[in-house]
Design a protein around this ligand. Structure first.
Ligand code: ATP
Ligand code: SF4
Ligand code: MG
Length: 369
């Protein structure tokens, strides 16, 4: 049961939309050309819910999070679309206007706790600074809150830790401190950008459990960014799969796992270990490279790596379309689980073409839909 489900009682369902992102695009002007890092992303996020954002390295996950939070400044950044927070458009907000949103409304946990903590500032000061910036608290209250926060994120002897520097803590403890800082001002939305990638496998699950507990207690919404579909499988209510800056599949988590449509999602799933796999099972890395974001291919971005690719995929760009299950969107001409998909694979296999190369057209080739 998700936090939101827990809040609903009887027939009255209380849903509070915090964030509405509509057709958000973010590009960077560079010497080599314009990098289209995020292209046309749309979703809503309700209080207490978790959105998983998944994709390989370079798919636009971090740029999406930072773009929503207004953390990308400078004249080389081009942002289009809409980001509404609690009904208010914030896309045009200046850094000064956003400073009342950062920390108190939305905050972010970064991938590497060492780079997000100040190495020469005591941990206590790093937490209390944020409290002083956003909340009207005196020195004693700030210290008490800092101790309570460290305790709540599972840091033993918190009073003592306040006097220590980041390098005196283990990686897992440092990430707990960054979580405490992110939670300090009671944000309504927490962005967790690969919060466990830099940690040992054994610590990863503890940190993810901690985030989930905190989210439930505080009834926060969370955007959980990861390259690993396994991480969001049991933790997200909805998942966005990104490829080359675009959403290629978007669905409630259960729907995504039971009826995925995108060959890319299928390939990502093949690349994660499952508990029922015998040990030492070889996982399939996705062959090939992600698309060039300055001059993407004419047709489907995934075509050069897709085993179902057909001639049409090289010529036309597939639009994002809704599946028969409401709320399930995908971007593919030959979606998984359809006769067209099975035909596409059969044609490629019969022609013996490598992945990413469509079977040549022949007189007997059935009409592509
Ligand atoms: N400031 C920038 N200027 C130019 N290109 C950028 C900039 N920041 C990001 N990019 C490009 O935007 C694309 C998306 O980057 P992003 O960091 O969002 O990927 P990601 O999905 O978070 O990857 P990872 O899993 O490695 O963290 C990449 O091709 C990256 O090189
Ligand atoms: S089948 Fe075609 S449209 Fe679908 S992902 Fe593969 S290349 Fe893209
Ligand atoms: Mg990233």
């Amino acid at each position: 049961m998700t936090a939101l489900d827990a809040e609903t009682s009887g027939s009255a369902t209380l849903r509070q939309t915090l964030l509405e992102v509509t057709d958000l695009s973010t590009s960077f002007r560079t010497e080599r050309g314009v990098v289209h890092a995020v292209d046309g992303v749309t979703f809503t996020l309700d209080r207490g819910r978790t959105l998983g954002v998944v994709g390989e390295s370079g798919s636009g996950k971090t740029v999406l999070s930072r773009s929503i939070m207004g953390l990308l400044g400078g004249k080389n950044v081009i942002r289009n679309g809409s980001v509404r927070y609690e009904g208010t458009e914030i896309i045009g907000y200046s850094a000064k206007q956003m400073s009342s949103v950062w920390g108190a409304e939305m905050s972010m946990i970064f991938q590497d706790p060492m780079t997000s903590l100040n190495p020469v500032m005591k941990i206590g000061k790093q937490i209390t600074e944020s409290l002083h910036r956003h909340l009207d608290v005196d020195k004693d209250e700030a210290k008490q809150t800092a101790v309570a926060l460290l305790k709540s994120v599972g840091i033993p002897a918190p009073e003592q830790r306040l006097e220590e520097y980041p390098h005196q803590l283990s990686g897992g403890m440092r990430q707990r401190v960054t979580i405490a800082i992110a939670l300090a001002c009671g944000p309504k939305i927490l962005f967790a950008d690969e919060p466990t990638t830099a940690l040992d496998v054994t610590v990863q699950a503890q940190i993810l459990d901690l985030l989930e507990d905190q989210q439930r207690e505080r009834h926060m919404a969370m955007i959980l960014v990861t390259h690993d579909l396994g991480v969001v499988r049991t933790r997200a209510d909805e998942i966005i799969v990104m490829y080359g800056g675009k959403v290629v599949e978007q669905a409630p988590t259960r729907t995504l796992f039971s009826s995925k449509k995108m060959p890319y999602t299928e390939a990502l799933l093949r690349s994660i270990p499952r508990l029922d796999m015998p040990s030492h099972t070889r996982l399939d890395a996705i062959p090939g490279r992600p698309p060039n974001l300055i001059s993407p291919p004419k047709g489907c971005n995934f075509a050069p790596r897709c085993r179902y690719v057909q001639q049409r995929c090289l010529e036309e760009r597939p639009p994002l379309v809704e599946a028969e299950t409401p709320g399930h969107f995908y971007r593919c001409f030959f979606p998984i689980g359809t006769p067209e998909n099975a035909d596409a694979l059969e044609r490629n296999q019969a022609a013996g073409t490598p992945v990413g190369v469509p079977a040549p057209r022949s007189a007997s080739t059935p009409e592509e839909s």
